[in-house]
Design a protein. Structure first.
Length: 621
């Protein structure tokens, strides 16, 4: 161990805990202010301090999501910075590497003239045994939990230090090994941040061509890999950062799973996925509340920073506290008062939140609570926008079944009625469509134009679509008693494996769809169902147009320059406008030309607005 390494260890011991504590509380300017760039001309510390400053800047940009703004969207600045951080963290970790001396008493490479990356004659780094960090973290968390519950026992705990506390008072060589292990794990952390930045940029940037749709299953799998990689960050210093990053990834994964169920038009799984996403957002909000409460109760918080209300779903409810969240603030440095700044994780005085204390439904998840709640962390708000967009899409897709539920419930307890389907930017789908129809089509000619969501049931998994969803029949009908001959016939069919509930259900719920009936209408406006003459007159042409669209997963460019396909038919004199929302769901507008109808530009503007909202483009960008 060289003198320079000993100095680095002492400087890290003095500044790293407060830096990580500020990072965990989203106070990035305080984190930078607590780490001096220069320290008595120490060249090695200059490398470390610059890396920590760059880390704070990158995390601030990442959580503010400014890199998704139009002027920065196609610049890979943040990705390149995280790539530099990944490399610099390894360089800084090698600064703390023990190097073999050439002669007894001779100085190391660091003492002679600074650090040399070309030093090959190095001894293997001491590696912590398996489970070492887990036991270390558990020991520390146990002491932290005991202190929180028994503030008067600080002296007894201080007299019996845990292994983590002894780390600060242990031999310098042990501290150096620990700091090197931390910097090595920083490299893995920056690598996962790089992948997350690429994930968000991939959602926000233009698609390869206009009909291409995201493969959310592939993206969800990539997030699962990131989540598994984050679990390997077992150093105690990483506990708070790892928890926050894991919470973010779990929330986005829940949102993608919900979108996957919606794209498959799976009603039951969609509502379950939405409920799980709502719960995940609630847990994340509680975690952010706890970070803010910890910051407000810290000794360096001023009186003006104290707040009397919470931003949780219920200000009177005790927040669930994760076991032993480490403070990371060394006792020696509690008296150091950071510079007061406006925090990124700012709280308001309102205790309302988009997440209401409902444990069993999606009630009041969107229309009863204003969107502008107290949490202003942009990354959290981005996730909440996606949740609200998913709720609006779910309500539009399954409004028929929701109307049946709402008709038997007063007051409304599940979701808003179709007239109040509003997405995250305040766009009311039905009001927009109603305004369009009132401007361009006469009320007495409401049967001449229909806007519909059409489902390609044949492209769904076998048995995935049922006309009535999962709803049970409104009444039970007792079937006729079976005669002995019928029982024998049924037994024979069972024996030969030919019995199926679909056999006698040709026109029922479980009957397989075929022909144009395999493209059922799941939403229709202004009529609840397409007029009788619409299906035989227009659906053959409509199905042909839908099948002519390019594949949704083809990344190669096609001749189509717009996601909206408009076709004019002479006989009958009609106009068809179609667009793909999901792999199996299409947005269509059909109207018969009785008088001067809307122009193609007006049709494109309407469908593009609806399409971008249903595909969450307004959230991603």
């Amino acid at each position: 161990m060289s003198k320079a390494q000993l100095e680095l260890s002492e400087l890290l011991q003095a500044h790293l805990p407060s830096f990580l504590d500020a990072m965990a509380n989203y106070r990035y300017k305080n984190a930078k202010d607590g780490v001096p760039l220069e320290q008595d001309g120490n060249r090695e510390w200059r490398h470390l301090s610059r890396m920590l400053h760059m880390w704070a800047d990158c995390e601030s940009t990442y959580h503010k999501m400014t890199y998704l703004q139009p002027e920065y969207l196609y610049k890979d600045t943040l990705r390149s910075l995280y790539l530099q951080l990944k490399t610099q963290s390894l360089v800084c970790a090698d600064l703390l590497h023990f190097h073999r001396r050439d002669k007894a008493g001779s100085e190391s490479d660091v003492d002679k003239g600074g650090y040399s990356l070309a030093a090959k004659c190095s001894t293997p780094t001491v590696v912590a045994p398996s489970g070492y960090y887990d036991s270390l973290r558990f020991s520390w968390q146990s002491d932290q939990t005991f202190l929180n519950e028994n503030p008067s026992s600080v002296g007894s705990v201080a007299s019996n230090l845990s292994e983590f506390d002894q780390f600060y008072e242990g031999p310098p060589s042990m501290r150096i090994v620990e700091y090197k292990a931390f910097l090595d794990q920083c490299s893995r952390y920056f690598e996962q941040r790089l992948l997350l930045v690429s994930f968000y940029l991939g959602l926000a940037r233009e698609k390869p061509h206009v009909h291409y749709l995201f493969d959310y299953k592939e993206k969800e799998q990539s997030l699962e890999n990131i989540q598994n990689a984050l679990r390997t960050l077992e150093h105690p210093f990483f506990y708070a950062l790892q928890t926050a990053a894991t919470m973010e990834v779990q929330t986005i994964r829940a949102a993608l799973k919900c979108e996957m169920m919606l794209s498959q038009y799976n009603y039951l799984h969609s509502i379950m996925a939405l409920h799980k996403l709502k719960q995940q957002l609630g847990v994340w909000a509680d975690l952010l509340d706890q970070a803010d409460d910890d910051d407000d109760e810290s000794p360096d918080a001023t009186n003006t920073d104290l707040r009397t209300s919470r931003t949780s779903r219920n200000s009177d409810r005790v927040l669930p506290t994760p076991p032993g969240r480490p403070s990371l603030e060394n006792k020696v440095h509690l008296s150091a008062k950071p510079h007061p700044i406006a925090k990124l994780l700012k709280r308001g005085e309102s205790s309302s939140n988009v997440l209401q204390p409902s444990a069993h439904s999606l009630s009041n998840s969107q229309h009863a609570v204003p969107f502008d709640d107290a949490i202003v962390l942009p990354l959290f708000r981005w996730s909440k926008k996606l949740f609200q967009s998913l709720v609006a899409k779910f309500t539009l897709y399954f409004h028929r079944w929701l109307d049946q539920i709402d008709g038997h419930m007063q007051p409304r307890g599940i979701l808003p009625a179709p007239k109040s389907i509003v997405n995250h930017v305040g766009l009311s789908y039905t009001e927009l469509i109603d305004t369009f129809f009132s401007r361009h089509f006469l009320r007495d000619h409401s049967e001449s134009a229909q806007l519909m969501l059409v489902l390609d049931a044949a492209a769904l998994p076998p048995g995935a679509f049922h006309a009535k969803g999962y709803l049970c029949p409104s009444q039970t009908i007792a079937g006729p008693k079976k005669s002995s001959a019928n029982r024998i016939r049924a037994a024979n069919k069972t024996y030969f494996g030919k019995v199926s509930r679909y056999d006698e259900d040709i026109h029922g719920e479980f009957a397989p769809l075929w022909g144009v009936a395999s493209f059922p209408v799941v939403y229709c406006y202004p009529k609840a169902e397409p007029p009788e003459h619409f299906v035989p007159r227009h659906f053959p042409n409509l199905v042909g147009l839908l099948q002519d669209l390019p594949p949704w997963d083809a990344k190669a460019k096609t001749a189509h320059t717009s996601p909206i396909t408009i076709h004019h038919e002479k006989k009958p004199a009609s106009t068809y406008a179609v667009a793909r929302v999901d792999a199996c769901v299409y947005l269509t507008l059909i109207f018969e030309k009785r008088k001067q109808g809307p122009s193609d530009k007006v049709l494109q503007d309407l469908l593009l607005l609806l399409l971008s909202s249903l595909q969450h483009t307004t959230v991603f960008r």
